[in-house]
Design a protein around this ligand. Structure first.
Ligand code: ADP
Ligand code: GN1
Ligand code: MG
Length: 359
């Protein structure tokens, strides 16, 4: 363990030598609860930074990923200048040779501005806060509405494509590499039993317009500042052409359950309907006439889809041996899958109520 920490510090030192800042006195702590990358906060007497080791296995298009973020940041900054984007844009710091991303040994790294005084939340605590969260993510998408989608690389193909994710689950079930199928056969059967819902998703998805969407709008991908006010959208790794229902659905997934994504007391799970109402009303309002009637209708499909699709991805990873999402306990991905499928069930049951709250 000590060796691992020492080699991490050596790697970080090598990375930092590529930047034009004085890192001779630097304090390093880990940041956040992301499941993919390793993120650190760097504090020097003069500056604060975020240093991130990008998971190259999951993001093989690492250079394109940081170059996408750069293009999006520049666009958001231009929108901010003309009064069309109120949030802060955390910049990526360029290396001495002008790179947004560095390969050191086998690893990929980038440095970003730390937004001073900011923090993330794992849970929405009030209706007022939910309203601000929905508005912030909508402002992000609105500000990108004139961004040329063809200018950004597709980082993970078919990211929210339900057919692709079901095919991945099918392959994991057939391979059953880790011999874990018996313990989760009922959950697998449940997922494959949702074909009617899946067909509806496929059908509506074909009719919806593409936007540049964030695709990972969980609550901890928003920075907050004094008074618990959202100040910046972060984690642009999966910004790609996509559907608004995906971004809305992930907000519902992470804001409307009373339990964390991996909580095992699923029998105690309930939906926070007042939070849902604040999310959907404020998300729709923030778009004004930039959202179509069918897109509005699709938001509730997204609210069902995101727990379902992420539940199937956790289940697939459990069957594959936890290669994708970082885990910190035995059956962690299975616990997450059970919880997300329960959330899917609750959203489906509440649908008539949710439709009323959206009016
Ligand atoms: P991951 O892809 O692993 O989810 P994130 O980009 O979301 O990584 O970063 C992980 C955590 O680091 C965030 O949840 C947040 O706490 C913190 N963080 C990331 N970027 C910034 C930033 N620019 N300023 C302040 N904190 C940040
Ligand atoms: C991952 O990187 P992070 O932790 O913000 C995942 C999302 C999932 C989420 C589940 C690139 O997000 O798709 O919704 O975990 N990101 C990627 O918590 O797969
Ligand atoms: Mg994140």
């Amino acid at each position: 363990m000590e060796n691992k920490v020492a080699s991490l510090h050596t790697d970080i030192d090598t990375v930092l030598n590529n930047y034009d800042f004085d890192f001779s006195k630097v304090e390093i702590t880990t940041l956040g609860n992301g499941h993919i990358n390793n993120t650190y906060k760097l504090i020097t007497p003069d500056f604060e930074f975020v240093l991130q080791q990008i998971n190259h296995d999951i993001f093989p298009k690492t250079v394109e990923l940081s170059s996408n973020a750069q293009k999006i940041n520049l666009h958001l900054l231009a929108q901010k200048k003309t009064g069309n984007y109120p949030l802060t844009v955390p910049g990526q710091v360029l290396s001495k040779t002008g790179e947004t991303c560095l390969k050191i040994g086998a690893n990929y790294w980038r440095l970003m501005e730390f937004i001073s005084g900011s923090y993330t939340l794992e849970e929405v605590e009030s209706v007022e806060q939910a309203a601000l969260v929905a508005t912030a993510f909508a402002q992000f998408s609105c500000a990108l509405s004139d961004f040329p989608a063809n200018d950004i690389a597709v980082i993970i193909k078919d990211f929210h494509d339900i057919s692709f994710r079901m095919a991945q689950l099918k392959a994991a079930v057939e391979n059953n590499h880790q011999d874990r199928l018996a313990d989760c056969q009922a959950l697998v059967n449940f997922c494959f039993g949702q074909q009617k819902f899946i067909d509806h998703v496929i059908d509506i998805s074909k009719k919806l317009p593409l936007h540049v969407t964030h695709n990972d709008t969980k609550i901890n991908n928003l920075l907050f500042t004094t008074g618990d006010k959202p100040c910046a959208v972060i984690d642009l790794d999966t910004c790609m052409p996509g559907l608004l229902m995906h971004d809305f659905g992930d907000m519902v997934r992470t804001c409307c359950s009373n339990l964390a994504e991996d909580d095992t007391s699923t029998d105690k799970m309930f939906l926070k309907l007042d939070i849902f109402e604040a999310l959907i009303q404020n998300y729709q309002n923030a778009f004004g006439d930039k959202i179509t009637a069918l897109e509005k209708e699709s938001l509730i499909v997204g609210a069902k889809l995101l727990p379902f699709i992420i539940g199937t991805r956790f289940l697939t990873d459990h069957l594959n041996g936890d290669n994708y999402f970082q885990v910190s306990r035995e059956n962690h991905n299975l616990d997450r899958a059970i919880s997300q499928v329960q959330l899917f069930n609750l959203v489906c049951e509440a649908e008539p109520e949710l439709v009323k709250l959206a009016q």
